[in-house]
Every structure is written in structure tokens, then in C-alpha cells.
Design a protein around this ligand. Structure first.
Ligand SMILES: Nc1ncnc2c1ncn2[C@@H]1O[C@H](COP(=O)(O)OP(=O)(O)O)[C@@H](O)[C@H]1O
Ligand SMILES: CC(=O)OP(=O)(O)O
Ligand SMILES: [Mg+2]
Length: 381
């Protein structure tokens, strides 16, 4: 193998993001996104991936390029089978397909991405990097739900966790920001994007995370409810007469910030709050309340917290969310500096005061770099 470039494909439910990374010099010769799959001219994921291949070819960077060493695919659900990146074979694709019921919004798109890329370049090594992998170290006490053990095991009902490449990257980058070895640092990572999850990382090893069997559990998200009493589902079914599919759609796509106030974008919510909009304010307050509960819980899980890292679209950009989430926590050793918090930068930075016992940081995530690195390491192993 002599190429030094890795193409990373991140196929989401309605978009495909791609980046071409050169591992020799750290450059990124190409990147892009195909959005609104299924809504307009892009009929499905196969069409979106053809468009990605065409866009790359038009720049002379097509999949036939001899500099390409491998393709790295983000795969959301790896179940219990995949706890590390996997070189893709027919058998690996079959296993990822078997996990579709556990991630119906994500895994089908990931499988399509793999199939299209393999058809275009059958000879090229392709690697699946799983969102769940970093969470495979979570101890049984945190990974098991308190339900009948035989039923749980038969149907694979347990906490898997997601956004693992982000939690892995950000926890390491936070240690680097503090000038420490990851093994010395206990970190709470708050990945706040459209999907959102928190994790507790002890000495570089993940010990707890907020997403569970699927990416629905935990924090309030753009369109997902996060935590809810499971009996609400029985109630909506028996008394509300809703079908299982209708409830699934409600909780995954019509809840969270969007369900509470009609907007899933934190920028729009901030703007409406500025105009005194009560629904937007309440949505924000519920979002923050849930976030603070997790910070408190994970503080107790870790015992000693050295750092709290905010990342992803909301975490990196919303000073208002960070300020509200960290307000009045001096008893926890947490003190955010208002001026530092309001600054913007593309690189990792501290926002806590000099006297804050816990370092609070904004750490931009880089899932593509993490996927490319794991892919490159595996094909060169
Ligand atoms: N300047 C900003 N201020 C507040 N929120 C922002 C800003 N920019 C982006 N966001 C939020 O980030 C979200 C997208 O985050 P991102 O991590 O890109 O999500 P995903 O990868 O799940 O699509 C948007 O929905 C929006 O709420
Ligand atoms: C797993 C998951 O929630 O991913 P995303 O945030 O990209 O939807
Ligand atoms: Mg994301």
C-alpha cells in the first residue's frame, strides 16, 4: 500500500458528508456535503454517493486516484460485535445490516455508502469505524438496564452509546489542551450537535454515556426527546391510539427542541428568546436543565472531574448554552469566565477562570480526522 490519502464518508439519515484527508502532510484536498437526500434532485443515498464520486472526479481526485489508500466509513451502530474499526468484507457488511433495527435512521445509509464505494473500487481497502466502539469499555453496572436479564440478552437490549469517535477525539484533545496525558485526566464530554450526548471518560477510558440502545436516550436534542418515562409510550399507544411507528417518529423526529418550540436550530431559538418568545425560552430551559442533570450525575460517576469539554455545533458555538449550563456551580469547583466564554476560535481553548478547580473548555470535534486516522492505522497494520 503506498497511497497516503483516506476518503472519509459520513452518511447520515438525510445527508452525506465527505472529506479527503492526506495523512502524510495533514492537508484536506477535498470536502463537501450532499444534503436533503430524498427531498429533491437527489433521490436516495446511492444517488448522493454517485454525486460525491463525481464531485471528487471533477477535481481530479476520483476514487481511481492512485494516492488513495483507503475509504473510512462512519457506521453508527456496531452492536456488541464491533468494538474496534473493522476491515470491510462481505461478512462485515452482513453484520452491519443485521444491526439496522437498532439504528434504522443511520445504519441503512452507512451500508449504502459502503456498497457504492466497494462497487466503484473493489480493490481498495475499506474500513468501518463505529460510533459505538469507544463506549464498549463502559462497565456492566452502567451498560445494563434493570430489566429481566434473559430478555435483555436475547434481544441485545443494553447501553451501546454513540458519537464515540467524537467523544474519543475530544477527550484526548482536552487532555492535550491541559498539557497532560489522557491517562491522568477525568473528563465530561458534552457533544451538543443536532444529536447530542454526554460521556464520562476516566483516564482516557469511557465509563458512562447518555445515549443507550439507540441514539434516542439522554439529552434533549434537535428533534429527539432524550430521556422519557418508557410508560409514556404505553400510554400514547393504549390511550392515545398511536401506532408504534407513529410514536417512534414522534420521539425521534418531532420532539426535542423542535417539538417544544417548532425550531431545532439553537441560533433561531436564541434569536426568538431575544424577542421574548416564551416557547423558545421554555425549550431552552428544558434543554439546559437536562444538561445540568447529566453534568451532576457524571460528576458523581467520576468522583473527581478535571475537565468539562463542550463540542459539536451547539457546544462549540453557543456561548449562551455554555453559560447557562455552567452557571452557579462553584460548589462543584466550576467557574466560567464570561469574557473567555464569549470569545470565538477554531481551536481548543479554556473558558474557565484561573481559580476554577475544573477546567471548562471548548474543544472543536473532528470526527473525520479520527475516522481517517483509525482507517489509516488499520490498513497499515
Ligand atoms: N452559531 C451557532 N450558535 C448556536 N448554535 C449553533 C451555531 N451554529 C450551529 N449551531 C447548532 O449546531 C447544530 C448542528 O450541529 P452539528 O454538530 O453540525 O450537528 P450534526 O452533525 O448532528 O448535523 C445546529 O442545529 C445548530 O443548533
Ligand atoms: C448517532 C447520532 O445521533 O448521530 P447524529 O448526531 O449524527 O444524528
Ligand atoms: Mg454530528
Amino acid at each position: 500500500m503506498n497511497g497516503s490519502r483516506v476518503l472519509v464518508l459520513n452518511s447520515g439519515s438525510s445527508s452525506v458528508k465527505y472529506q479527503l484527508l492526506d495523512m502524510a502532510d495533514g492537508s484536506r484536498p477535498a470536502s463537501g456535503i450532499v444534503e436533503r437526500i430524498g427531498e429533491g434532485p437527489v433521490a436516495d443515498h446511492a444517488a448522493a454517493l454517485k454525486q460525491v464520486a463525481d464531485e471528487l472526479a471533477a477535481q481530479g481526485l476520483g476514487l481511481d486516484s492512485p494516492e488513495l489508500a483507503a475509504v473510512g466509513h462512519r457506521v453508527v451502530h456496531g452492536g456488541t460485535r464491533f468494538t474496534e474499526p473493522a476491515l470491510i468484507t462481505d461478512e462485515v457488511v452482513e453484520e452491519i445490516e443485521k444491526l439496522i433495527p437498532l439504528a434504522p435512521l443511520h445504519n441503512p445509509a452507512n451500508v449504502t455508502g459502503i456498497k457504492v464505494a466497494r462497487a466503484l473500487r473493489p480493490d481498495l481497502p475499506q474500513v468501518a469505524v463505529f460510533d459505538t466502539a469507544f463506549h464498549s469499555t463502559i462497565p456492566e453496572a452502567a451498560a445494563r438496564y434493570a430489566i429481566d436479564v434473559a430478555t435483555a440478552d436475547r434481544w441485545g437490549v443494553r447501553r451501546y452509546g454513540f458519537h464515540g469517535t467524537s467523544h474519543a477525539y475530544v477527550s484526548r484533545a482536552t487532555a492535550a489542551l491541559l498539557g497532560k496525558d489522557p491517562a491522568e485526566v477525568n473528563t465530561i464530554v458534552l457533544h451538543l450537535g443536532n444529536g447530542a450526548s454526554a460521556s464520562a471518560v476516566r483516564g482516557g477510558v469511557c465509563v458512562e454515556t447518555s445515549m443507550g440502545l439507540t441514539p434516542l436516550e439522554g439529552l434533549v436534542m434537535g428533534t429527539r426527546s432524550g430521556d422519557i418515562d418508557p410508560a409514556a409510550i404505553f400510554h400514547l399507544s393504549r390511550v392515545g391510539g398511536m401506532s408504534t411507528d407513529a410514536i417512534d417518529t414522534l420521539l425521534n423526529k418531532a420532539s426535542g427542541l423542535a417539538g417544544l418550540c417548532g425550531d431545532n436550530d439553537m441560533r433561531e431559538i436564541g434569536r426568538r428568546m431575544g424577542e421574548g418568545d416564551q416557547a423558545a425560552q421554555l425549550a431552552f430551559d428544558i434543554y439546559i436543565h437536562r444538561l445540568r442533570k447529566y453534568v451532576g450525575a457524571y460528576t458523581a460517576v467520576l468522583g473527581r472531574v478535571d475537565a468539562i469539554a463542550f463540542t459539536a455545533g451547539v457546544g462549540e458555538n453557543s456561548a449562551a448554552v455554555r453559560e447557562a449550563a455552567m452557571r452557579d456551580l462553584t460548589a462543584f469547583g466550576i467557574e466560567v469566565d464570561g469574557v473567555r466564554n464569549a470569545l470565538r476560535s477554531a481551536t481548543a481553548r479554556l473558558i474557565s477562570t484561573e481559580s476554577s478547580r475544573v477546567a471548562v473548555a471548548v474543544v472543536p470535534t473532528d470526527e473525520e480526522l479520527e475516522i481517517a486516522g483509525q482507517t489509516f492505522d488499520l490498513v497499515n497494520a
